[in-house]
Design a protein around this ligand. Structure first.
Ligand SMILES: Nc1ncnc2c1ncn2[C@@H]1O[C@H](COP(=O)(O)OP(=O)(O)OP(=O)(O)O)[C@@H](O)[C@H]1O
Length: 284
């Protein structure tokens, strides 16, 4: 694996260079939303076992797309393909292509560590570092060379916490440990941490499943605000949550992508019987 320097890698992955702008144009369909992520025939194997079958999907920029489907259908597996987290699982192999802004993220020249810095991820359970609130946010920008300590870093920390809707709650306790916050605050801290490295895609794997209804409502509100700036993909078990936060939904079943549509249309008028059965609670 070639290790690229940050500027080269971010250029390859995200910047609208002349080349990627040209490729991007190919991925934009007339009259549709700009495509941010284009997956083509993606299959995933855990050893001999195939978990995902030929998934082809376009994920629009600056919208929220929800991945829904019964347990074990491959939602998280596919989410992890988008930032190459599956690379960290020894027995896992991925075939097919995924383009982000027209650049193939599985290209041999892409360093997955740098890729993951450009694609934020928020997990089921809030997982702040055992560090202060400030250091939770400043860690990423520092190791990726976005800013040094000082006023520049203070500004990144404040902006990230403001965007995550947490600033007013923590501005007087930035030196206290992140783990001392409530569960909902910790999850918003993790979202702020993801935002701090200036990604344009944020992946969320059941981000509210460990939260109470009030904290869930806050995170959902936040997701709605964040879509102005970021492309968000969220795995959720909750149909209500998918309906509340997403504009598009993708329904997976037994490792196959069954249907992708506007969330509202999928929930009122699904085109596949399996989707209909799932959303009406017949299985899953
Ligand atoms: N690390 C792994 N090793 C082996 N098999 C795995 C691994 N991770 C997932 N799988 C298998 O891949 C399939 C898809 O799992 P995945 O976790 O992606 O589904 P999911 O739809 O996200 O499920 P859930 O909603 O329960 O989280 C399942 O059969 C699962 O057992």
């Amino acid at each position: 694996m070639t290790v690229l320097d940050t500027s080269e890698a971010s250029g390859m992955i995200m910047n609208k260079t002349a080349e990627s702008a040209g490729m991007l144009a190919e991925t934009v369909r007339a009259g549709e939303h700009e495509v941010k992520i284009a997956a083509d025939n993606v299959s995933v194997f855990y050893g001999e076992k195939q978990a995902l079958f030929d998934v082809t999907i376009d994920i629009p920029a600056r919208q929220v797309m929800a991945f829904i489907g019964p347990s074990g259908c491959g939602k998280s597996t596919f989410l992890r393909c988008i930032n190459r987290m599956n690379d960290t699982i020894d027995i896992c192999s991925v075939t097919g292509t995924i383009l982000i802004d027209g650049a193939n993220i599985y290209d041999a020249k892409i360093d997955p560590v740098l890729l993951r810095a450009r694609i934020g991820m928020v997990f089921q359970k809030p997982n702040p570092f055992p560090k202060s609130i400030y250091d939770n946010i400043s860690y990423g920008p520092r190791i990726h060379g976005h800013a040094k300590a000082g006023s520049e870093m203070d500004e990144i920390v404040e902006t990230s916490l403001r965007r995550a809707g947490l600033w007013n709650e923590v501005k007087d306790r930035l030196k206290e440990p992140g783990t001392g916050l409530s569960g909902g605050q910790q999850q918003r801290l993790c979202i702020a941490r993801a935002i701090a490295v200036n990604p344009d895609v944020i992946l969320m794997d059941e981000p509210c499943s460990a939260l109470d209804p009030i904290a869930t409502a806050k995170v959902e509100e936040l997701i709605d605000e964040l879509r102005e700036r970021y492309t968000i993909v969220i795995v959720t078990h909750s149909m209500q949550q998918a309906a509340r936060v997403s504009q598009k939904a993708a329904f997976f079943h037994l490792g196959k992508l069954v249907e992708v549509d506007e969330t509202e249309r999928m929930f009122t008028n699904p085109s596949d019987q399996r989707t209909q059965d799932y959303i009406t609670g017949r299985f899953g």
